[in-house]
Ligand binder design. Structure first.
Ligand code: AOF
Ligand code: ZN
Length: 391
């Protein structure tokens, strides 16, 4: 009996839920989940758990068999078109065909050029019924970072900051640490644990001497990237004293003095020379380089000048904003994002690339009111919801 459409959605929603469990461990591969169903009953589930490991489809078939089920004639729900190429693992299409799965319901086409439509074609050629596009929007949101990396060669950019209810981050003396409560700090660390790298400007290093590591207790340890065109990072900072924890990359310009380059390299950090741009290094060139390194997510944490550069250059894809339920006030308090000279269109305001108009997806992620002194933001991390390619 053919499954009803809402049944398709229900099982694909489950496959997407499973897929998300791989977040932070599978990149630069996609998060993928698979559910095998027979007579309306789930008989096997699996997801891609780590980069280089078995794919979701193979995991689900193995799980069904471990539980004593025959998968021949069953339906497989999978959040991404099954691969048809030999990568680090054999093609999933072959495993599906060999297992005699009768029907595959896939949420979206794989943007990877080696697969892209060919996986579906291979299944159909072998007589497997294929349905595509169920829960496509949800799948594309989940895989926004993967899709951007595969199609634009750049990582997904998440800009993060904490602010007061009245949109201030600091008093004019630069005091900003008040904003981070324990709950939001934990979430901010978890977010770092899902990203390839965390990026700040050298001003933030000088002012706060941050470590920028993930201290949430789970997830990965992101690389640290400092934008420092003249290479005047303090050599005694904690970042340069912690290059054994995760890579530290100082993005500088040709003007960076040779002695500083040597000292930074001596500390175990990489000096990445990039073309200059108004306000610092050329961010687009930085993102191209990080894309070549297969970075999927970059978290930009500040300061306000750096956030302004990413937003003003339309290079941000997602905002995560922690809003503390308090008013900071003060006419000379600073806002979270500095204007980026020359980048804003006439009349001000950010435009979506391709002429959108207003900031889409730039909704504060906080739910802080009434939670005491500190904001309690609740980001589902990362939660790309703008469909890729710039705010
Ligand atoms: C699937 N199911 O679970 C994943 C897929 O190097 P490999 O062998 O891990 O292959 C990575 C490529 O395979 C990746 O670029 C994407 O096209 C696909 N990922 N496909 O059917 C999965 N992780
Ligand atoms: Zn595969």
């Amino acid at each position: 009996m053919p499954a009803m459409p809402d049944e398709h959605e229900q099982f694909l929603a489950r496959a997407l839920e499973l897929a998300a469990r791989g977040r932070g461990a599978v990149e630069p591969n996609p998060m993928v989940g698979a559910v095998i169903v027979r007579d309306g009953q789930v008989i096997g589930e699996g997801f891609h758990q780590r980069f280089g490991g078995p794919h979701a489809e193979v995991e689900a078939i193995a799980a069904a068999r471990r539980a004593g089920h025959d998968v021949a004639g069953a339906t497989m729900y999978v959040s991404l078109e099954p691969c048809c190429h030999q990568g680090k693992t054999p093609p999933c299409t072959e495993a599906i065909i060999a297992a005699k799965i009768a029907r595959v319901v896939a949420a979206m086409e794989d943007p990877d050029r080696q697969v892209s439509g060919k996986g579906v074609a291979a299944l159909r050629a072998a007589g497997v019924e294929v349905v595509t596009g169920v829960c496509r929007d949800q799948a594309r949101r989940l895989l926004a970072g993967y899709v951007k990396l595969r199609t634009q060669g750049r990582p997904w950019i998440i800009c993060k900051w904490a602010q007061s209810l009245d949109g201030r981050i600091a008093t004019f003396t630069g005091h900003s640490k008040w904003i981070s409560g324990e709950a939001s700090r934990q979430r901010a660390h978890a977010l770092r644990g899902q990203c390839d790298g965390v990026c700040v400007g050298v001003g933030t290093v000088k002012a706060d001497d941050p470590l920028l590591t993930n201290r949430s207790g789970s997830g990965r340890q992101p690389a640290r990237v400092v934008l420092d065109e003249a290479l005047d990072i303090p050599l005694r900072c904690r970042l340069l004293a912690s290059t054994d924890l995760s890579p530290v990359i100082i993005a500088a310009c040709q003007e960076a003095p040779e002695r500083a380059r040597q000292a930074v390299r001596q500390a175990g950090a990489e000096v990445l020379i990039l073309p200059p741009a108004p306000g610092g290094v050329d961010l687009a060139a930085l993102l191209d380089e990080l894309g070549r390194r297969q970075w999927t997510y970059l978290l930009v944490e500040g300061g306000r000048g750096v956030l302004g550069s990413f937003l003003g250059s339309r290079l941000a894809d997602e905002l995560v904003v922690f809003v503390a339920p308090r008013l900071l006030g003060g006419r000379r308090s600073l806002g979270p994002v500095a204007a980026h000279p020359g980048a804003l269109p006439p009349g001000g305001g950010a435009r979506r690339r391709g002429g959108g108009g207003r900031l889409r997806g730039a909704r504060p992620d906080g739910r802080g009111a009434g939670q005491g002194r500190q904001g309690e933001a609740d980001p589902q991390l990362p939660r790309p919801d703008v469909g890729g390619g710039g705010l």
